[in-house]
Design a protein. Structure first.
Length: 168
């Protein structure tokens, strides 16, 4: 009986310790400043478009294929942190002290933005906007709040002179 209570107390203690470790890790990441909630689509659909949403004159390009993002699969909650000319992206539910992805400003090209559809609305935080980008020529989707999106686009546009930055 005593052994069972000790085992139960140890399991509960480890669970609480794990939750405390998540909270401490998040505080350490955010301590530097310049952080925002940012979901990252790790598994992009095979038919993800790499074409911009607008043509050269700013007119919308009609979609020739149905949107593939509505299934809501592949999204992971995370924290984005501005670090010089890079965005460091950390998974929320991870103990890793290092970022999972590093996105240099010079390698990000914005294709467009959209609101979550279908199952995505359940997979993402409320009020999120999905930003379609290219990262080194590969499709990338980030989801963040309107305020974080404004800051992200301003950060992209504020590149030092001579850097190629494409913001839709």
């Amino acid at each position: 009986m005593v052994l069972a209570l000790v085992v139960c107390a140890a399991v509960v203690g480890l669970g609480v310790l794990g939750l405390v470790a998540f909270a401490v890790r998040r505080r350490v990441i955010q301590r530097v400043g310049g952080t925002f909630d940012c979901s990252y689509r790790l598994k992009m659909p095979a038919d993800a478009s790499t074409q911009p949403d607008l043509d050269e004159t700013g007119e919308p390009i009609p979609a020739s294929t149905p949107k593939s993002g509505a299934d809501g699969k592949g999204w992971v909650f995370g924290i984005g942190r501005y670090s010089g000319d890079c965005i460091e992206w950390f998974r929320v539910f991870s103990y890793a002290p290092r970022p999972r992805r590093i996105l240099p400003r010079t390698e990000i090209e914005v294709l467009g933005r959209r609101y979550p559809e279908g199952q995505e609305e359940l997979a993402l935080l409320s009020g999120s906007v999905v930003l379609r980008c290219l990262h080194n020529g590969s499709p990338l989707e980030l989801a963040m709040s309107e305020d974080a999106l404004t800051g992200f686009l301003a950060w992209l546009e504020a590149a030092p002179p001579g850097q190629r930055v494409n913001v839709a």
